[in-house]
Ligand binder design. Structure first.
Ligand code: ADP
Ligand code: MG
Length: 765
């Protein structure tokens, strides 16, 4: 109802606005008409003034000339002028009437406005033309007046000359009479008369001459009068023509006025039509509004009935509201009661949870200890020191021909067996695992990752890459950018493992990089890489070793590792002339320290992962080597032998482990002893030309691996452990006193491998 009322109101407002607009337009048009009629009035006034002037002039001329022909014309003209004036007056009256009518019947804005404007323009044109005609009449009047003036002048002159002639004639006739009297007197007196006649004759001749003169003059004057008459005639003609023009102009004026009237009529009609339209529109709107009003009223009635039905509902609602209000008033009390109960229940539950938690924590700690124990046992059973072999593929550098032929083959059923063809004989070796050339970095790492993760649990780990230069040590440890090796993969694994344990543990992973060359230790991440570092005992009396001044970088992501590696490489490269040669004659160490804190138990762990790319194990021709090269060879030889000795001593569980025999073993003492884990990755080349070096490397591997026997054989092992130099001279199967032997094991031996493992279990058990 309200909406329809509002709609009606709007409709009403709109109509009122329309009405207002129309009124404004009408007022504007009225103003226009008023100004135009004022203009016309002023024009009429001007014409009246002119007419008055003309009338005065005519009167003046009439008084001057009297009743001549011209005067008659003038009178005629005056009469005409009067007539014109009358017409003008009627025109004026009409105009006034028109204006009144316009005011009485205002016009609505419509399409006829344009027509009106045209008509008005036409009227103004006609008025202008009438004005022009009036100006022409005034001009002609002026001319007539001038001519009348001239005529009056001429007439005056004619009068004067006529008077003169009459005077002259009179004088002459008087003289003639006098003369005739005198002649008569003289006739009466003959003598005297004769003389007098004579004189008179003489005198009469003179008189005659004067008469002649006066006659000619008379003639001239008459001619002039004729001329003047002619002029007068012309002027009359001119007057006639000007009267004709005036008549024409009058006719035109009449015509124009008729047109004006017609335009006015049209305008009036249009205004009438518009008024009617407006009235009709208003009526329609009004009827519409009435209809809508009716509908609204009906709606209102409906609403009223609705209201009547709603009232009971409202009553029930009020009732509900009141009851709710009561409930709300009582609610805080109820709530307090409930809260009290809930609090008691919660504190009880918390207490229960607490006790279970304590119990769980106790169990967890026990489990943790058990797990470590189990792990240790497992590792011990598997052997803390494991030896893997990796054979690189044949590369372009190996050249072509028989020298580059493949000398290494594998056992299809056993991935721990490897056969080498050396000097026409096939020698077999058994390691913990052998990776063939097609083994990917990923596969290699999969075998290594258990070691790496044990570092998180606080174990120390060493991974060595052993082998002759070019056998793939660096490839295995560092790898390439596209195919990274153990170093990068290990750190990535550590990051992801640490992230997985974030909920309970806080871990910090830091990295150091060092190099051992000619038995001196250098920091590859330090500010002064050429500086030699010392290995010292911790002053805290824990018996632990440390390297004062060794730089340690905290790493948190792969980008950090890459930066550290790059920095280490740059430092290493700037310190030597030939990086390849230098790297093959020095040991490169990457030391990763993982420190952990179990937030729930407060347990702290520290694990160290040592990734070592050893110097090339190849034998240097003793005859050719001199000076620096010889010294390098001796140092490498010594440190690799020392490593072998240490591993041997560890695996045979000797009381004394000769860690101090080389910088490398001394530095790694912590990570080699106790329950630390060691992996020796022996890298070999498959090429025929490298078979001697391959043989040496495999012998080293097998010997390292075979030391884990019972205490009885340990001694024998100790006695038989060869130096690096001895290794060089060894031929397969000759100087291997170990029970497992270095020569190819017989098929029986291989099939008895499981038995040997069982034996191992028993001995270590
Ligand atoms: P080392 O460090 O023992 O002197 P490198 O790691 O430098 O030997 O390897 C010598 C060459 O052989 C390098 O060009 C290396 O890319 C390549 N190489 C070594 N091992 C592999 C392998 N498993 N797969 C492919 N290429 C290898
Ligand atoms: Mg290398």
């Amino acid at each position: 109802v309200v909406a329809s009322m509002a709609h009606l109101q709007e409709e009403k407002m709109r109509l009122q606005e329309e009405l207002l607009g129309l009124r404004e337009k009408l007022a504007a048009r009225e103003n226009e008409e008023l100004s135009r009629s004022l203009q016309l009035q002023s024009q009429v006034e001007a014409l009246k003034a002119k007419l008055l002037e003309q009338a005065q002039e005519i009167n003046r001329l009439r008084s001057e000339l009297g009743g001549t022909d011209t005067e008659k014309h003038r009178a005629l003209l005056a009469a005409e002028n009067e007539c014109l004036r009358q017409e003008m007056k009627t025109c004026e009256g009409e105009l006034l009437e028109l204006r009144r009518q316009q005011q009485a019947t205002p016009c609505q804005d419509c399409a006829h406005l344009q027509e009106n404007a045209d008509l008005r323009e036409r009227v103004s044109q006609l008025q202008q033309e009438a004005e022009e005609a009036r100006a022409k009449v005034a001009e002609l009047d002026l001319e007539v007046q001038q001519k009348t003036n001239r005529l009056a002048e001429v007439e005056l002159r004619l009068k004067d000359s006529l008077a003169e002639r009459a005077e002259e004639e009179e004088r002459l006739s008087r003289r003639l009479r006098d003369s005739q009297e005198t002649i008569a007197n003289l006739k009466s007196q003959p003598q005297q008369i004769k003389y007098i006649i004579k004189t008179v004759e003489v005198e009469s001749a003179k008189a005659k001459q004067a008469l002649c003169e006066s006659q000619s003059r008379n003639q001239y004057l008459q001619e002039q009068v004729g001329m003047q008459r002619q002029v007068l005639k012309e002027m009359e003609q001119q007057l006639q023509s000007s009267q004709k023009t005036v008549a024409q102009l009058r006719a035109q004026m009449v015509m124009y006025e008729a047109e004006l009237e017609r335009a006015h009529g049209q305008m009036l009609e249009e205004m009438q039509a518009m008024e009617e339209e407006k009235n009709q529109a208003i009526e329609e709107a009004f009827s519409r509004a009435q209809v809508e009003m009716k509908a609204v009223h009906e709606n209102l009635a409906g609403v009223r009935t609705n209201l009547l039905t709603l009232q009971p509902a409202l009553r029930t609602l009020t009732h509900d509201y009141n009851s709710l209000k009561r409930q709300v008033r009582d609610f805080p009390l109820l709530l307090q009661e409930a809260l009290r109960n809930a609090r008691a229940e919660i504190s009880q539950a918390i207490e229960e949870v607490h006790s279970t938690n304590r119990e769980l924590l106790r169990k967890y700690r026990r489990e943790l200890q058990l797990r470590k124990k189990c792990h240790n046992e497992l590792v011990r059973l598997k052997g803390n020191i494991r030896v893997f072999g990796r054979v690189r593929p044949i590369t372009k550098e190996d050249g072509e021909g028989p020298e580059a032929a493949n000398a290494v083959t594998f056992d299809a059923d056993d991935d721990a067996i490897l056969h080498l063809l050396h000097k026409g004989k096939q020698v077999s070796f058994e390691l913990d695992k052998v990776f063939p050339p097609q083994a990917s970095q990923e596969e290699v790492f999969q075998e290594v990752q258990a070691l790496v993760t044990s570092c998180i649990d606080g174990y120390n780990v060493c991974i060595f890459a052993y082998g002759q230069t070019g056998a793939g040590k660096t490839y295995t440890m560092e790898g390439t950018a596209a195919n990274p090796g153990i170093n990068q993969r290990a750190l990535q694994l550590l990051f992801s493992e640490v992230r997985g344990k974030e909920a309970d543990w806080d871990y910090a992973i830091s990295v150091s990089a060092a190099e051992i060359y000619n038995e001196s230790l250098r920091d590859l991440l330090g500010k002064e890489p050429q500086e030699k570092l010392e290995i010292k005992l911790c002053p805290d009396g824990s018996g632990q070793l440390y390297v004062p001044g060794l730089t340690e970088f905290r790493v948190q992501c792969v980008e950090d590792i890459n930066k550290v590696f790059e920095f280490g490489h740059v430092n290493r490269a700037t310190e030597c002339t030939n990086l390849n040669e230098h790297s093959s004659r020095s040991h490169a160490l990457l030391i990763v320290t993982v420190r952990g804190l179990d937030r729930s138990t407060g347990l702290r762990t520290t694990g160290k992962l040592n990734l070592v790319d050893l110097a090339g194990s190849e034998r240097v021709g003793r005859s050719g080597a001199e000076g620096n090269r010889l010294r390098e060879a001796q140092h490498i030889n010594k440190s690799l032998s020392a490593l072998g000795d240490v591993i041997y001593a560890l695996r045979s569980r000797q009381g004394h482990v000769p860690f101090r025999n080389s910088k490398l073993t001394y530095l790694l003492q912590d990570s080699l002893s106790g329950d630390s884990k060691t992996l020796m990755m022996v890298q070999v080349s498959p090429a025929e030309k490298n078979s001697s070096e391959t043989l040496c490397s495999l012998k080293f591997a097998e010997r390292v691996r075979s030391v884990e026997l019972g205490p009885v054989s340990r001694k024998a092992e100790l006695a038989s452990w060869p130096s690096q130099e001895q290794l060089e001279g060894d031929s397969p199967g000759t100087s291997v006193p170990s029970s497992r032997g270095h020569a190819a094991p017989s098929p029986g031996q291989l099939s008895n491998r499981s038995a040997s493992i069982r034996r191992k279990l028993q001995t270590s058990g």
